[in-house]
Design a binder for this molecule. Structure first.
Ligand code: G6P
Ligand code: MG
Length: 220
């Protein structure tokens, strides 16, 4: 029986995945590195520093900067990102998400958030949806990044639900892998090719309803 749904934030609840992309792309261009959306798929769900490392490696610049310089570059990206999220409002919730959160509450399904972002609380506040979450696990509370299952397992533990009764919702390859490593049912939102490992895929959040999730979970 479905007892909890644990959501990723960026790219699932709201389109901040696009803001991360814009901010990384601008930094990369300043460094003379070009990257496209296909490469960006690999950055989704990945921590700030690891994302920078992957971009530098893409540009053949893995050994060019000191640790202090890398921190400055990551800070620069984050300042740009913070400017982009400062303007967010509840209108920036992705289609169907608010209805889904309400439906889950009505059905007594617990709701968790598992986000690798240090900006997760700010984004949730801007969207004014904090009241819906029974637990929020962000980057500050876990040691291991996705695809490690720690963040999803921590959320399940705090919700006091067995992982086998949880559904995880993700837009990232690393996130889908983390959900499956936690022994949960993985729903992918977005590109079918990028998310082919997921147990169930929807193209957009508009398709995500309680019924769709329950049916997928029971493999009907
Ligand atoms: C999420 C996003 C990633 C981002 C990471 C860290 O996982 O999908 O794109 O790099 O969070 O976000 P932060 O806000 O801490 O830089
Ligand atoms: Mg995401």
């Amino acid at each position: 029986e479905l007892k909890a749904v644990i959501f990723d934030l960026d790219g699932v609840i709201t389109d901040t995945a696009e803001y991360h992309f814009i901010a990384w792309k601008q930094l990369a261009e300043e460094l003379g590195i070009t990257f496209d959306r296909a490469f960006n798929e690999q950055l989704k769900g990945v921590s700030r520093m690891e994302s920078l490392e992957r971009i530098l490696a893409l540009g053949g610049q893995a050994d060019r900067y000191t640790m202090a310089e890398k921190e400055a570059l990551a800070d620069k990206k984050n300042e740009h990102y913070k400017q982009l999220i400062a303007r967010m409002t509840p209108d920036d919730l992705l289609p169907g998400i608010l209805d889904l959160l309400r439906e889950l509450k009505r059905e007594n399904v617990k709701i968790g958030l598992a986000s690798a972002s240090k900006n997760a609380f700010t984004v949730i506040e801007r969207l004014q949806i904090g009241e819906y979450f029974d637990t929020i696990v962000d980057a500050a509370k876990v040691k291991n990044s996705k695809p490690h299952p720690e963040i999803f397992l921590t959320a399940a533990k705090q919700l006091q639900v067995d992982p086998s009764a949880c559904v995880g919702v993700e837009d990232a390859q690393a996130g889908v892998a983390a959900i499956q490593a936690a022994n949960m049912f993985a729903i992918g939102v977005g590109d079918e090719e990028a998310l082919k490992e997921a147990d169930y895929i929807v193209q957009t959040t508009a398709e995500l309803t309680y019924d769709v999730i329950v049916r997928a979970f029971h493999r009907e």
